[in-house]
Design a protein around this ligand. Sequence first.
Ligand code: 475
Length: 834
Amino acid sequence: HAGPHVGPMFPPTHPVANAPVGTPPPTVDGFVREFLHELTSNQGVSLERSTVNDQYLALAQTVRNYLSARWIETQKKQRTTRPKGVAYLSAEYLLGRQLGNNLLATGLIDIAEEAMKQCGLDIAVLRAQEVEPGLGNGGLGRLAACFVDSLATMNVPCIGYGLRYEYGIFRQTFVDGQQVEQPDTWLALGCPWEFAHPEHAIQIDFGGTIETYVDADGVERTRWVPEWNVLGIPYNYMVPGYLNGRVNTLRLWSAEATKAFDLAIFNSGDYAQAVRAQTFAENITKVLYPEDSTPQGKELRLQQQYFFVACSLRDYIERVLGPEFDLHELDSRIIFQLNDTHPVIAVPELMRILVDLKGFDWDEAWAVTKKCFAYTCHTLLPEALEVWPVDLLGRLLPRHLEIIYRINEEFLDEVREAFPGDEMRIRRMSIVAEHPARAVRMAYLATVAGCKVNGVAELHSQLLRDKVLPDFSQLWPEKFTNVTNGVTPRRFLRLANRGLSELISSAIGTGWVTDLERLRELEPYAEDAEFRSAFRDVKTRNKAKLNEVLIARDGIELGQDHMLDVMVKRLHEYKRQTLKLLHIVTLYNEIISGRLDPKTVTPRNFVFGAKAAPGYLMAKQIIHLINAVGSTVNADERVGGVLKIAFPPNYNVTLAEKLIPAADLSEQISLAGMEASGTGNMKFQMNGALTIGTDDGANVEIRRLVGDENFFLFGMSEPEVAELQAKGYDPGTYYESDRRLRGAIDLIGSGHFSGGDRGTFGSIVTNLVTVDRFMALADYASYMDAQERVEKAYADTEEWTRSAVLNVARSGYFSSDRSMRDYIQRIWGTPPAF
Ligand code: 475
């Protein structure tokens, strides 16, 4: 089976493949002219009087002009060929900076750099001016951004739908080592990448009641009589493929007050109330909820979710397909991919559109709906599975609740038929949970409605089938599948690590950028001493650049020539940042108590990056502890500088692009069975870091690909975790029996890192010794052993480099291009139209 056509949509006419057809190849002089034109006509300033922000905006505008013509062409072509496309529905897109990516996609990097030089400007300074759109929390949001990049590059028609939060993920600062959140004002200095279309506003209804009526044909029907509404304004972003002429669309919705609404109130004379109504509407897209994996059941969050999918479905059905389209054939033109349960309210919304507005009968509508959705699950944590209280849903979306009830009734009838007399099963599988309060289980609704359900790594998909949705996988085994996550090599290798990219290309050519499996051709170079030396030089330069960035950004100085050991990800107990801390505190404690000679310790920089959900108190205390250990250890002369701890605040995509290329060691140390996949792990591997990790998420697949000898495995396997859980886990026994572990925990408990105050980190210590839900103590000894193996391996520079090169060479599988191929083959289907 040939699979989708992947490659340029138009034969490139000149090296700048995203430039408009027929335009002459861009030149440095031409680029300078266009840039100066943008500066004067858009910013209204001369070069001499311009600020860095003016210059950045003018440069962005210049690049955007190269993309927009191709964008229009892509859409024109799609309107005539009408291919089946993908609508990726995601409440989050963690895009990262756009300028570098768009320069890369248009092939303009060198021309732009030279043009800026001719204007007396440093393009790096302009690029640094961009505030990244942080419209996501972590893995799930970044995955969406990688996927839309890959689909454009693979020439697959895709429209990404999401929300344009006025405030993205908060900006993290530390005050006395504690996290303090600041609003992320990413739009304050202007966003040159978006195209606002207020004229295409869509009205979205909320609240009210439902009523039945008899239609013209004498059929009894239901309709929703809503109480209030808001407008959804689309903001379009260009998603360029890499040098291939395709530019897809990312459409983010922003909420505004409807005119009719405030006009009515204005006419009643209540000016203040009218203005409040405006604010009320705008609240819907005001801020990204900063909870990663423990969503709070907040009404505003449900408003966001419904607003986003209602805008998106209406947009696709009415604007993209148009009134002539026969919606019985909807699945021939679109698949809606649900990025977790956040967009699942789209299921009853499509049913409502088909039944209430388009006159379908129920069965017809359900047959169409079932073919148009597929669901991706990103978690295994029970507290992360979204449920919406029935009273809240009924108040905000009464008709949708009614539709969900009917879906559930018919579904449960199907279960009864398959398993007669099994009422326990009915209760377990019901979309509507009865206890503790009546609530809709969104993952169940997605599973019932979706044509496919996938996990995000092999182990995760297995656990999803066996532990999270076992009844469903028994009923519909063929519905379940796996698509292992991936990351875009354009941003995370080609752009973030120019040195390594050039080294790779000098060895095997440039084809790897869109065909990452070709990195396999590097394997023989692992045996080539000259290549290894060049590879090390790249790492050294990346470390030097990181040092510059950290000094400029935070005044942080790392140890020179140290191993760089990095743990960057959201702060969560299951990810076990505390286990990493126990390793550091153990080394420190052994040194200061004279049992370990610092001269025998491999000098290491430990770098952390992590945001905690603002309401997650334990996570915030762990952040405080990391900072406290950092300042104590860094200042203690007995350590002789061999252990350095850095925790730059506000870890984001931009910082990731600096940290990952410099890393030697990647920490992926979640309790087995907890991390659905991980994607940072893939980025580190791709950039030549070795992984120390548990058998969890995609680590399993990384290790299988790189081989045991190139991976530092430790800890219990998932079945071992389950077994220990079942027989009863007591962290106290580990504490009592392991001298080093006890020493480290006692040192934290003694107040050594908190100016003598035992209370500061008391709850962390108590929690570890008495509860330790994620079994850090059980895996501690094994982790310490693995870290010793790391030290030994790192001492043999040539062997380490050999391993690092092999890690890169074997990372091709983790391109998000491969993930997209898997989605096409296993979920979306591969009609010739792709
Ligand atoms: C997994 N975010 C990673 C990654 O598949 C995985 C949840 C609720 C509300 C807002 N955000 C979330 C997540 O659940 C999330 O980011 N999950 C992550 O998805 C991509 O690699 O293992 O933890």
